[in-house]
Design a protein around this ligand. Sequence first.
Ligand SMILES: [Cu+2]
Length: 430
Amino acid sequence: MKRVLPVLIALFVASTASAQAPGGSAAAPTPTNAPMAVPAADPGAGSAAQAGSAAPGSGSATNGNNQATSGSAAGSGAGSASAAAPKGPALKAWYDVQADKTVEEDGTFWMPKSVNLAADDSDMMFYAVLALSAFFFIAIAIAVVYLTVKYRHRPGHTAEPSAAHNDVLEITWTVIPTIICVFLFWYGWHSYIKVVTPPQKAVEIDVLAWRWNWQFTHENGVTDSDLHVPAGVPVRLVMTSKDVLHSFYVPAFRVKQDVVPRRYTYIWFDATKPGTYRLTCAEYCGTSHAQMACLDTDPVSGHCNRRAVVVVHKDLEEYQRYLNDKIQDQLNMAPEDLGKMLYDKKGCSSCHTIDGSTRVGPSWKSPDWGKDIAIVGGTVKMDENYVRESILYPAKKARPGYPNSMPSFEGQLKDKELTGLIAYIKSLKQ
Ligand SMILES: [Cu+2]
């Protein structure tokens, strides 16, 4: 009986420690996104307004939202003129302008503000456990110090025998913690059931993780490495991994779930407030885990300028507009520009540079296009066929001095995208 209280206290303390871990890491509301060249402007203002340094010849972009990548669209319109398309900063699509916004998560010292209707209870749970733990910790610490001083050994005092039994005391310290525990269990059980049971009607988005990127596939085939979702509507993610364990974690949603190769895991949420929120891989997945989903690596310092984020659109309508505009843009881009975009968005940039430095794989800077290059056990001509094969079946031909670690992109790239990547790599030749 006497052991009950200390054991319960230990349990409380342990549970707070583990409950604090996610809160702790989420505590500092530092924006993950460094301010971008594009100032965080009102997304409704249309994309043309944001690109202060609009490429010449992009005057057609004045119709705002629908005209996204006008710089490149102009190029593709002119057929083979894609090489002549303006190389300057292409106009950003309105949805990418939203994704580029600095993450703003207000909240307390402990946690960013919850913006998920489905997980509101978990905050209350966290604070309850924290408060209980703090209360018991302080009360016990004071008692220990007080009793130590009061009953310290000193001249003229003989030791008193301890009481062997005290009914009132024992019943009190059993009943009160039991009530607290039952309350915590009941409350936790309820919110857990809510968190793991998505409603029947939800927007479904497929999530594929690999080293080191996320890919979100929406119902109309749009793929993106930022997660765009509507506010006020339940969203269910069906997640799997191409290689190792990852973990999908959005602190502001209070959702964190392992993403496992060769099986599917699920989470759902109901975002309450439009905005841009952090998205993190919370499972160590290899050397560049910390760089996971970095969409813009600084070529000089190697630091990450922008990471993938969750963009919550203000309603279903705006989300649908994203789906429509994005699919149009993906279809209309000039191959080379599409390839350049995919280089970042598909995470090629985490292993291949375009400045000559070596990351995991060979740099794409001035490839020996059309010439023979060395592979293990011979040579191969660097051309469209070799690049295509390298992307779809990277293991077939190995480059000496590089690990055989490139993931296969078979089935993950549309023909157009593959052509785009090839065109982009080719465009880097001198
Ligand atoms: Cu990861």
